[in-house]
Each structure stands twice: as C-alpha cells, then as structure tokens.
Design a protein around this ligand. Structure first.
Ligand SMILES: *[C@@H]1O[C@H](CO)[C@@H](O)[C@H](O)[C@H]1NC(C)=O
Ligand SMILES: *[C@@H]1O[C@H](CO)[C@@H](O)[C@H](O)[C@H]1NC(C)=O
Ligand SMILES: *[C@@H]1O[C@H](CO)[C@@H](O)[C@H](O)[C@H]1NC(C)=O
Length: 298
C-alpha cells in the first residue's frame, strides 16, 4: 500500500511544483489570467482529521491508541502544542495583512491571483509616495491555504483515504490558552483547528470531575502553581470543553477517563466514539491495549 500512496503524493507535489513554475513564468511575461495562476490557490488539504484535546493524566494516550487500532487512523501523540504556534502565526499574519493603515489601501482578496508584475506595479506606484513598512500582499485565503498545506504535508502524508490527527494536553487554560484570556483563545483556536482539513472532529478528554482528588496526578506533575490556580484553570477548561460539545455535537465529543476503564461503560463508549467518527461501531477497539492502562488509577 505504501508505494501507490507515495506515488500519488509525489504526483501531487510534482503537479503543484510544475504549476507553480508555469504561473511564475506567466507572471514574468506579465499575464494575469486566472487560468495561468491556478497554482496560487495551492490546494493541498488533508481530508479527514481527528484531534484529541485533553487536560492531561486523563487517558488521552489510551484514547489515541484505541483510535489507532483502526487500520486507516494515525493520531500522533503529544507535540508541545506545536499547532498553537501556527495559530499564533496565523493571528500575526491576520493582523499584519489587515490592520495597518497602509494595508487598507489595497483589497488583497481582489489580487489573490495577480501576477508578480501586477503586485510589483502596485508597490512601485505607492512606495515613492508613502512608506510601506507593512506591504503584505497575502490574501487571507492564501494564508489559510498555506496552513492547510503545512498540515497536509506533515500529517496527511499518506493520502486522502486515511484519518490523521494529533492529541495534545496543552490546549488548556493556563498553558496554550493564557489564564486571563482562556475563553478568547479557546474560541479562536477551535474554528482554526476545524479549518485545517476538509472534515474535522474533536474529542475532548478529561477526568469526569474537575476536582483536585480526581486530578491529583496532573497536579503533582507541576507543583509550581497554587492549588487554587490549578483548580480555577482546570474548572474553566472543563467548562469550555463542556459548553463547546453542548453546542457542537456534530463535530465534538466528550470522553471521560473513568468511562474508558469502567467495564460497565467502556463497550458503549467505544461504540459511541466510532459512531461519532462515522466508523463502523462494531469495529473492535479497546482502551486498555497499552501496558498498565487497564489499571485506571495507577
Ligand atoms: C475585495 O475584493 C473581493 C474580490 O474581488 C470582493 O468580493 C470584495 O467585495 C472586495 N472587498 C471590498 C471591501 O471592496
Ligand atoms: C466550576 O466551578 C463552579 C463554581 O464553583 C461550579 O459551579 C462549576 O460546576 C464548575 N464547573 C466545572 C466544569 O467543574
Ligand atoms: C473495558 O474494560 C474491561 C475491564 O478492564 C476490559 O476487559 C475491556 O477490554 C474494556 N473494553 C474496552 C472497549 O476498552
């Protein structure tokens, strides 16, 4: 299976490369027709993605492993919230391409397929008249396309028929989502995450309760925070996860640690997760395949 998939991806990259060259050449000749500039709408997008956002010490590795028991799934593990950096980068681009006064002179969406010559003409017209420290011709559409391609090249590498994703326990209040702006960042990051692939589903994984006793292992990992701050942040994270799932049950699902290891609940839970992911609910997956993961409170 590896070879054809690799060939498809190579072919895609070759197509993209030669299309880019073609359009760069077209640009050099001063043409600005849509058909010559298709390559600017580079469209390398992963198809189906699943992201697991977790509070930590809440069974996210076992959950990831359960999904990875599906042959066409590859959910990668912790990444120090690497995509948070991409989100911040996206916010920086968004600001620098839309907010500075000099950017408002141009409607970059209207120029999204423009040739280099057209863009350079705009620049040369304005530069002698006005300082242009923020001259950024990227339209929002191209910034999003670049992020989607970044994701697809890195995570979606095995072609369109498999499901990619990652799990990370740093998308919580007090980590990536700065304490005093947690809701704002959470509410911005989720739509961003959803824009990465054609179809995105998110699993929010925590302990059932946001109490200290239920999350002692997590608290023990970093005692630099006071108990009070820890609980405040954890409570807010739970509340954000809960309310997001309540309003977005089509693409968001809540998974509690305790249910994963409760023999009275875990079979139903496995089936519900598979159904939520549009997979055959009869597929045998289990949460306790990893060593020691069948000892819940170890
Ligand atoms: C910018 O250009 C796009 C595409 O031509 C157009 O749809 C949009 O209305 C324009 N926006 C403004 C503010 O003029
Ligand atoms: C967070 O704390 C408030 C106030 O103590 C409580 O009412 C709420 O149930 C808690 N939320 C969660 C998700 O634990
Ligand atoms: C549920 O828990 C029981 C007991 O630990 C275990 O034998 C079974 O494999 C688990 N089922 C799933 C779907 O993980």
């Amino acid at each position: 299976m590896r070879k054809p998939v690799f060939t498809i991806l190579s072919a895609t990259l070759v197509l993209v490369t030669s299309a880019t060259e073609a359009s760069l050449q077209a640009g050099q000749h001063g043409r600005n027709q849509r058909d010559r500039n298709d390559a600017y709408r580079l469209n390398l997008v992963a198809d189906r993605c699943v992201f697991i956002l977790a509070t930590g010490q809440s069974g996210s590795t076992a959950l990831m492993d359960a999904l990875n028991q599906l042959p066409h799934y590859l959910i990668r593990g912790e990444q120090w919230a690497a995509f948070w950096n991409i989100y911040e980068s996206y916010l920086n681009f968004k600001w620098t391409t839309t907010e500075p006064q000099s950017q408002l002179k141009f409607n970059w969406t209207a120029y999204q397929d423009a040739s280099l010559e057209t863009i350079k003409n705009l620049y040369n017209q304005e530069a002698p008249r006005e300082k242009l420290p923020w001259f950024n011709e990227f339209p929002q559409e191209r910034i999003i396309a670049a992020i989607r391609s970044y994701y697809a090249v890195l995570y979606g590498y095995y072609g369109q028929s498999f499901v990619s994703g990652f799990k990370d326990s740093r998308y919580v209040c007090g980590r990536s989502f700065t304490t005093d702006r947690c809701a704002e960042f959470f509410n911005g990051f989720l739509p961003f995450l959803r824009s990465l692939c054609n179809k995105v589903k998110v699993l929010f994984n925590t302990r059932t309760s946001a109490s200290l006793s239920a999350n002692m292992k997590l608290y023990d990992m970093d005692r630099s925070r006071s108990e009070e701050d820890f609980l405040k942040e954890l409570n807010e994270t739970h509340a954000l996860y809960d309310s997001y799932v309540a309003g977005n049950s089509d693409h968001a699902f809540r998974v509690f640690y305790e249910d994963m290891f409760d023999p009275a609940k875990n079979t139903t839970l496995a089936m519900e997760i598979l159904e939520f992911l549009d997979e055959d609910p009869a597929t045998p997956i289990r949460f306790n395949r990893m060593p020691d993961s069948n000892k819940p409170d170890s």
